[in-house]
Design a protein around this ligand. Structure first.
Ligand code: FE2
Length: 410
């Protein structure tokens, strides 16, 4: 990597590895005895508390006239969402898997479809406690709880002007995330990207809520869709294999594309950052085939009408395409597998994290790249203002100082 082609405008507060170890939130911080085994997809927050919705909602994974509403109860429940427009909750959506509505989880994720792009809709969460089977034909239900009515606006590919914001590498530090919520104007922001390593290893289900989910729910989660791009730290810990129960992605995959305001977005999952046979992974990962399958999906997606006809294409991946701030194995794989496809598709911008440092690489500064690529530090906000004539990118250091501005013409 030539320093002349990739500008690093600040020093990392703490190196990435030191940051992870110092946060006190990972295995080192908890102590091995604190690691619970995620043997079932539910959080036993039982006791004699009244049955209740205790986390959320957070709207996630936007698609064409679609969003997934997520929330969590303190005991197992079956759930549905009542929704509609103009205050009429005349539609009902449930989740079912192979015909069965889940009743064995405290995680609830219901996909709403058929929404009118850009038209606000209202929705109410409904959860009915499920206490168990008396016989296969007689079940024991508990109380039913209903939330207040929330309003959210589905994304709209035809919209001309909008903004989105991005944070990454929060590593469980929700106070830092909340402080950065206050660094920006939320006017015009239509969705929020969390670009990986928001958790500092998924060691306990409570960590998910403490690290960011509750903060997001309080600030924007009911009203603005959240796009969560999985990082390498979300793949670690006993709850990592339940991650999709908490962050459902789309169609059972953590990666997907979505369209808004003339932009075709690609939310990619770069997986782990070392080879699968690294001793850290104990023979329990297979990201090589995962990335290969994703490459085939990406190739097909970029040939779609939505991708080809969009004014801009923007890529989101936790690990950047090497050498943008990173030459590690995962970044090299991102470069090897996805960079040629993204380049050929004429993407304008590729936003990443992972390195805990700021870097910006303009078109042509890394060979034949046609896109701008950047890595955002853990203590900075990226705001992108999208207009037909240009993308305006502002990177704000925590506290509000401008770290970088870039205007990318259409
Ligand atoms: Fe990372």
């Amino acid at each position: 990597m030539g320093k002349s082609i990739i500008a690093s405008k600040n020093q990392p507060l703490v190196s990435r590895r030191a940051f992870v170890q110092r946060s006190g939130a990972g295995i080192l911080g908890l102590g091995l005895g604190a690691l619970s085994s995620a043997t079932a997809c539910h959080a036993e927050e039982t006791g004699n508390d009244t049955f209740a919705i205790i986390h959320g909602p957070v709207v996630q994974s936007p698609g064409p006239g679609e969003v997934t509403v997520t929330w969590h109860t303190n005991r197992n429940a079956s759930s549905k969402v009542l929704y509609g427009t103009d205050g009429q909750l005349d539609h009902t959506a449930v989740t079912s898997r192979d015909g069965l509505i889940p009743n064995d989880s405290t995680c609830h994720a219901v996909r709403l479809t058929g929404l009118t792009p850009g038209k606000p809709f209202q929705y109410r969460l409904v959860s009915r406690e499920f206490k168990g089977y008396i016989t296969p034909y007689v079940v024991n239900h508990g109380e039913t709880v209903e939330s207040e009515v929330f309003t959210c606006t589905p994304l709209d590919p035809a919209k001309e002007y909008f903004s989105f914001v991005m944070w990454n590498d929060i590593h469980d530090d929700s106070r830092r995330l909340e402080a950065m919520f206050n660094d920006i104007s939320w006017d015009g922001v239509d969705f929020v990207v969390l670009n990986g390593d928001i958790l500092n290893d998924f060691v306990a289900h409570e960590r998910f809520f403490i690290a960011f989910y509750d903060s997001c729910a309080r600030k924007f989660g009911a009203a603005l869709p959240m796009v969560f791009v999985r990082g390498n730290h979300e793949t670690r810990g006993p709850w990592a294999r339940r991650f999709l129960d908490f962050v459902p992605g789309r169609e059972g995959r953590p990666y997907y594309a979505f369209d808004h305001g003339g932009v075709h977005f690609l939310a990619l999952d770069s997986g782990e950052d070392k080879p699968d046979d690294n001793k850290e992974y104990a023979g329990l990962v297979e990201f090589a085939s995962f990335r290969e399958a994703q490459t085939a999906w990406l190739r097909a997606d970029l040939e779609s009408e939505a991708a080809r006809n969009a004014r801009y294409r923007i890529v989101l991946s936790h690990q950047p395409p090497a050498p943008v701030g990173c030459d590690g194995f995962g970044c090299q794989e991102v470069r090897r597998l996805w960079r040629p496809l993204v380049n050929a598709a004429g993407a304008r911008l590729w936003l990443s994290g992972h390195t805990h440092d700021f870097a910006w690489c303009k078109p042509g500064e890394d060979g034949d790249n046609v896109f701008h690529a950047m890595t955002n530090p853990p203590d900075a906000t990226v705001r992108v203002d999208v207009a037909p004539e240009a993308l305006k990118v502002t990177v704000l250091q925590k506290g509000g100082e401008v770290l970088h501005r870039e205007t990318i013409p259409a």
